[in-house]
Design a protein around this ligand. Structure first.
Ligand code: FAD
Length: 314
């Protein structure tokens, strides 16, 4: 059975994990198996081209959630050294169930993996709501780790061949999916946008979000927000709030507008290339996380910045 297994339901995450999994499999002198569910079946062949030795598709019975595959997935992992999961909600559920069945160690939401002597794996994880990084050592096999999307780059493809196996998952009569609705997306996805303007409670009324929209528009970007703006005020959909319990973004520029800069929020913008903060309080913690800071009232700063950018970028 395989030494390293990677699992993800999305093609891009599967390929990212395949790249990292390949390195770890080579370190262990072991094979790499890429596993996906039937919703991303076509990704199985891509995973082989991107470094997997073989691929497995978990064929779920109609109307059954991913967790139903826990028994089959745990059986697949029983002799593995290491299993990496793309940290989506559903895959995290599968990881927890598989780890519980096997009594395996599971490190959730890892930021970095470092192979150690003797085949152990050192893992960095964010803890205390993003306030610290814990380094943990996994030794017992199979070592299991969930990893957020976009942690690793997608490796280059090369002509490779490998077997694609299909494992039919047995139905679980206790669980049934009764409906599925696609999440409605308004505007550009903040996780994909090259620039994000993140608004906080410094914005006084929902109509004033137009100021942030105008700045984001001038930068070809999207508007995100802090949790209270989405959850308490309901001014923006929940898929727009950024942070430890919200979305992670990695734009080229993140402009924090009227956000205090609490750790739970800024942990979601760690991967932004440049952070610009606009806050009228010069002691606001956001300035500690910013590359550029502007102590100003957002109501004067945003229109001025937007006008300048429009002049510059046309
Ligand atoms: C378990 C847990 C998880 C959490 N997860 C998240 C998360 O994922 N994401 C998240 O965002 N939060 C999260 N929070 C909430 C987080 O702790 C903060 O409360 C929140 O981020 C603060 O939002 P804010 O910056 O919009 O508001 P505030 O903290 O109220 O800051 C508003 C800022 O606006 C400035 N301001 C006011 N008026 C103006 C003006 N006219 N011009 C310029 N600046 C102005 C003020 O100086 C202030 O700094 C979480 C909290 C907990 C307990």
């Amino acid at each position: 059975m395989p030494g390293v297994i990677v699992f993800a339901e999305q093609r891009s995450t599967l390929l990212e994990l395949t790249g990292e999994g390949r390195k770890l499999a080579d370190w262990l002198g072991a094979t790499l198996t890429a596993v996906t569910s039937d919703s991303a079946q076509e990704a199985a062949l891509d995973a082989i081209a991107h470094g997997a030795d073989e691929a497995v598709v978990l064929q779920l019975p109609a109307g059954q959630p991913l967790e139903t595959a826990a028994a089959e997935f745990a059986a697949l992992c029983a002799d593995a050294d290491l299993v990496l999961f793309g940290a989506t909600l559903r895959a995290k559920g599968l990881a927890a169930r598989a780890a519980a069945r096997l009594g395996a160690p599971l490190a959730a939401e890892a930021l970095a993996l470092r192979p150690q002597a003797g085949g152990a794996l050192e893992v960095d994880r964010m803890v205390y709501g993003g306030g610290g990084i814990a380094t943990q050592l996994l030794r017992t096999r199979p070592m299991m780790v969930t990893i957020p999307a976009r942690t690793f780059p997608v490796p280059a493809a090369s002509p490779r061949s490998g077997e694609v196996r299909v494992i039919a998952v047995a139905a679980d009569a206790r669980v049934r999916v009764v409906a599925q609705r696609p999440r409605t997306q308004q505007g550009t996805d903040i996780a994909e946008a090259p620039a994000v303007v993140g608004v906080g409670r410094g914005v006084a009324k929902s109509e004033d979000l137009a100021l942030a929209e105008a700045l984001a528009g001038a930068m070809g970007g999207a508007v995100g927000c802090t949790r209270p703006v989405a959850e308490d005020l309901g001014w923006l959909p929940e898929d727009r709030y950024i942070g430890i319990s919200g979305r992670k973004v990695a734009p080229r520029v993140y402009v924090a507008v009227g956000t205090s800069g609490q750790v739970q929020h800024v942990s979601g913008v760690r991967d932004a290339k440049v952070v610009v903060a606009i806050n009228k309080d010069e002691n606001a913690p956001i300035f500690k996380h910013a590359d550029y800071g502007l102590v100003a009232d957002l109501y004067t700063a945003l229109p001025a910045l937007t006008a300048e950018l429009k002049k510059l970028l046309g």
